[in-house]
Design a protein around this ligand. Structure first.
Ligand SMILES: [Zn+2]
Length: 240
């Protein structure tokens, strides 16, 4: 039972206190957000992360970083975009939508991987003109559009969702008071209704070891993925 974490420049192992179980029936997930880690973006990726089975990106990371990860680890990389992500790229054919090659855009999607039900919602609160920013009303609308798929999950597996990947945190959990870093209030009724086991987000940078990066909201463990973390997430028996 392990949880590896990077907080700032520090590499350390944290005893498994979150209830993740390692071994059969668990999926080892690398979650990344907001800050490029030298341990990942270099030759040591194989040393530390060779056993990772899935990568989830919570946004505000260079696309070539995600492309490096998907190429070197050879496992699925599912991502949501953050407010700092690039929308367009200049190519020989002109301006094209920018996207990390070989990775899967999770925004508004509900997917299943190795028995885990995973959904995603990109962006931050709207605070200036630009892409990947939403009002809470817009975020609610996007959540409604996920509803049929979540309901199907429930009928099929008994669960709506196991992991929700977002860029911004829920309102009041790990967020800040400035407009840019306020969380989405609409994520609170999402957790009330669909009870994902994990909500993994980025956007709020952690400085020092005292910054709170995990919290429990009802049945959901809310985790700030700033930098990276490795989680062993158990697959419910009837979900396999
Ligand atoms: Zn952000």
């Amino acid at each position: 039972m392990t949880l590896r974490a990077e907080n700032g420049a520090t590499w350390h192992r944290v005893p498994g206190t979150l209830g993740y179980s390692e071994g059969e029936g668990a999926v080892k997930i690398l979650v990344v957000a907001d800050k490029v880690s030298e341990l990942i973006y270099g030759p040591s990726i194989h040393k530390y992360f060779a056993d990772v089975e899935l990568v989830l990106s919570c946004g505000d990371l260079p696309y070539d970083y995600l492309e490096y990860i998907v190429t070197l680890l050879g496992v699925p990389v599912l991502f949501v975009r953050g407010n700092h992500d690039r929308q367009w790229v200049q190519t020989e054919e002109g301006i094209q939508p920018a996207s990390p090659q070989g990775c899967v855009d999770l925004h508004g999607q509900v997917l299943e991987y190795k028995g885990l039900l995973i959904g995603g919602l990109e962006g931050s609160q709207r605070y200036k003109p630009g892409p990947y920013q939403y009002t809470d009303r817009e975020m609610r609308h996007r959540i409604w559009r996920m509803w049929p798929r979540l309901t199907l999950n429930r009928l099929r597996t008994g669960r709506y969702l196991d992991i929700l990947v977002t860029h911004a945190p829920p309102r009041g959990i790990h967020d800040r008071e400035d407009r840019c870093h306020q969380g989405f209030a609409s994520l609170l009724p999402f957790m009330d209704r669909f009870a994902p086991r994990y909500l993994i987000h980025g956007h709020v940078h952690l400085f020092g070891r005292d910054t709170r990066w995990r919290s429990t909201y009802r049945q959901t463990e809310v985790i700030n993925a700033f930098g990276y973390r490795v989680l062993d997430v158990e697959v419910p028996a009837h979900g396999r």
